[in-house]
Write a protein that binds this ligand. Sequence first.
Ligand code: PLP
Length: 404
Amino acid sequence: MFDIQKVREDFPILSRTVYGKPLVYLDNAATTQKPRAVVESIANEYYSVNANVHRGVHFLSQQATEHYEAARETVRKFINARTTNEIVFTRGTTESINLLASSFVESQMKPGEEVIVSNMEHHSNIVPWQVEAAKCGIAIKVIPINDKGELLLDEYEKLFSPKTKLVSIVHVSNVLGTINPVKKMIQIAHAHGVPVLVDGAQSIPHMKVDVQDLDADFLAFSGHKVYGPTGIGVLYGKEDWLDRLPPYQSGGEMIQSVSFEKTVFNELPFKFEAGTPDYVGSVSLARALDYVSALGMDNIFAHEKELTNYAMKRLKEIEGMRIYGESEQKSGVVSFLVGQIHHLDMGTLLDQLGIAVRTGHHCAQPLMIRYGIEGTVRASFGLYNTLAEVDALVDGIKRVMKMF
Ligand code: PLP
C-alpha cells in the first residue's frame, strides 16, 4: 500500500522521545501530527508571500490571493464539490457547525420546529443547536443507539414530522469509531424534504468522502485532524443552500459595498468569510490534502482498518477488558475500560511509558450517560501508526494492570 517507515520519516515528531521512551502517538482523533510538507508550507508562505488576500493590487497580495483560491480548489476536488463557491474556510468543525446553526435556524426555522441529531454526537454538534433552541425556541430530537454503538435507523425514521427542518449527524463517532450509514440517512431525510449536515471531523482524515455521492447538503471538517494546521477548517454547502442563507459574521471581506444607508453582501463563498482569513492555514491545509491524496485515501483506510482489527483482537485477549463501539462498520478508534481501573489512571500510567492516549468523556457526555460511564481510554490511529505500536499499547495496559 505505502511504505510505512518512509511515511514516518515525513513526520519528524514521531522520532522524538517522551520520558526517555519512544513516543507512541495514539491520540489522532484529537489531533494528527504534521508532515514536513505542511510545516514547510507555513514557513514558506510567511517567508516569501505573506499579504492580505483579495485586497491589494500589489504583487504579494495577488500571489497570496492566488494561493488562497488554489487551496479552495484543492479542497473542492478533495471532497468532490461542484464549485469553489461551495467551499467556505472556517476555523474548524466547531465554527462550521456554529455558522450553520446560527445562519440556518435564524433564517429557516420557526419556534417549535425541529433538528435531528444523534446520541453519539460530539458536543460541537449538540451545544450550538441548544444555544439556538434557547434563542429561537426550536427543539432537538435525538436518534438512539444500540449497545454496539450503532444508530437505530427505524427510530431515526420515526423522528421525522412536518416540523423537522434539518438533520445534523456525525459521519464517524470520535468515541465508538462507528461509521454511520450517512448516505442512506441522507436519502431518508431527503425523502422528507429535509437537508442534512454531516460532521466529517472523523471521516475526512480516514476515508474517501464525496459530497456529491453522499448528496450531503452541508459538511464540516477540521484541518488539524487531517494532518493540516490548527485553526483552519471547512464548511461545504450546496450552492443553492448557501445562497439562501444569511452571513454568520459581518465586517470586511464579506461585503460588496457599504454605506450608512445600505450594505450589499459579497457573493459566495466570501459572504461567509468576514475579516482577514487565515490564508496561510488554508494553503497549508491544501498541502495536507495533497499529502494524503498522494498516499491514497483507500490505502489509508485499509491500513487503519488493519490496525483497528488487530487492536480489537489483541485488546479482547486482556481479562476484564470492556470495549465501547463494536460496530462492523468501524474506523480507527478504540475506546475501552479495564476492570476497575479508572480511565484517568490508565491514561496517566500509559503516558509514563511513552504512550499517548486520550482519557475522559471525549466531548461526548450524552454518549457516556447512555453507557452509564464517566469516561473511557481511547486509542485512535493515524496513517503513520504501526502494528508494533498496537503491541506496545497492549503491553503497556498489561503493565498498568500489574500495578493495580
Ligand atoms: N466533531 C467530531 C466528531 C470531533 O471528533 C471533533 C473533535 O474532536 C469535533 C467535531 C470538533 O472539532 P474541532 O475542535 O476541530 O472544531
